[in-house]
Write a protein that binds this ligand. Sequence first.
Ligand code: OAD
Length: 241
Amino acid sequence: MMRYNNIVILTGAGISAESGLATFRDEEGMWNKHRVEDVATIQAFARNPEYVHDFYNEMKKDLIKVEPNAAHLAITELQKNYPAKISVVTQNVDTLHEKAGNENIYHIHGQINQAVCMNCGTIIKTRDDVKTEDDCQQCQVQGMFKPNIVFFGENLLCMNEVDALLRGCDLFVSIGTSGVVFPANTFVRTAKYYNADTIEFNLKSTANNYEFDRHVIGKAGETFPKFVDELLEEIKAVADI
Ligand code: OAD
């Protein structure tokens, strides 16, 4: 019986799929409808900021409407009832972890409800459209806001904190990510190197599934809450002894 002290949960687009959001690389995925080179690179933004703003403004409208599902809520359940440090490292730019009441969330790919001024670094939170002509209230410079999304070719956010979490965790859980995108697809290796148990939840086999100790195939909204119940049962059993 294992009692964990430090759990890291990595999430990808698959955890939000049952809330009604498109993933990126599945058949109906976003990158089958749009070219990454047009909307998700820093070069695309430099070339045509209006187009890129429109893309993320539309995406934001969809994301604001949706609700967390059973997998997001199971994380809250775990954080409330399991006596360990539990962190959520997400590649998702949606706000479903927050809406579900999750805590200790690290958005390594940014957040759709934010924009960052490239002149002074100020981050604003907004449900409204972000436009090229917007002024920054902090530095008074116009036209420098970019969606606070990490584009291909940019550095990820909060990586020092995430690296420390990975080196200290004893359980690493991955939910709904294809294991294709660097560096999130290397997190399991770091956690494993530091002796963590590793488990992934996905609808199907992933690009790096051979690196995990356990795989649970199925919808995260069904499989992950069951796993949380098992962890909580184990804690109860230890307390009963
Ligand atoms: P992908 O679209 O690459 O992968 C989604 C994964 O979720 C796939 O492996 C699916 O099998 C799985 N999946 C779908 N529905 C599921 C369900 N109900 N339960 C469990 N698994 C399910 O998305 P990510 O791996 O998140 O970056 O992609 C990583 C990054 O690539 C994204 O953050 C995005 C993209 O480019 C940026 O936009 C910066």
